[in-house]
Design a protein around this ligand. Sequence first.
Ligand code: DP6
Length: 331
Amino acid sequence: MIGRARAQAHPNLALVKYWGNRDDSLRLPANASVSINLDGLLTTTEVEWHGEDGTTDSLHLNGALQSGEALARVVRHLNALRERLHVRGRAVVHSENNFPTGTGIASSASAFAALTSAFCAAVGVAVDERTQTTLARLGSGSAARSIPSGFVEWHAGDTHEESFAESIAAPDHWDLVDVIAIVSTQHKAVGSSVGHPSAQTSPFQAARVQTAPARLVECIGALMTRDFAALAEVVERDSTLMHAVMMTSRPPLFYWLPPTLAIMAAVREWRADGLRVCTTLDAGANVHCVCVSADAEEVRNRLAVQSGVVAVRSAPIGGATHVQPLTTISD
Ligand code: DP6
């Protein structure tokens, strides 16, 4: 039996961050988080499933056959999917990003969201959206947030089934834009999967986690009322808290570079001048400048002037995962 399906997913940007797990193998997060899907940035993944035909999976990324850790991580996820969906067989996976992998823009969220959706469709098992988010989470925590549409909340949950993501507002709820200042094109020296387990070595993680539910409420409230000033305050505070944990973990994780700080400082000034823009950073040096679409062009221009080394790409926020089954299961 052969089944084939294609799925697409966007990366997402967390406004209240996920950092640290209560259970590393199940990726049950230390705290709930909220994010927005990034339209324009897209991972497209096709899964060809050969039922009952061995277990040697293969992975092609942007046309190149993968081995080593990239393949091993995907095989671990396919094993989890096979086990939870009670299917046997091997998968041939082709995945492509429409954004260059060398930009430093994280792709594990869109990668594992698209892989999970495509796999479920290829093996022909009907899996509802909530369950798909829990399955995607096993591959990469933030992938859970790339399954639902638009503005998304990922509930921390105490069990695999309870740790799911859901849409809290449609993509067109608020016309926000993420202008990404590309400070470094380097792959992260220390990736998130290695970073999460170290979070608890920081004395600040307990305080960050304890206060995260209040930030989540503030953030969702600001999103629902489209209150940019309130959103900016909580988004920057949450990002800084996560980086404070990173910097004080053992071993410490420092992602900020001198241009990162310069842009963060400049954006605070621009906001004081009246531009509706704020910053947030993931596990890397690039600065996500979240702004209202009316101010996005001005933010782009100012970033270009502010630093010659900064290349900027803009992504209007919205979108979801679309699944296109290509072939029905055949003998
Ligand atoms: C800093 O989801 O990339 O971007 O589960 O190990 O794949 P893994 O980690 P990942 O962690 C994302 C961390 C973050 C914050 C966030 O997106 O919430």
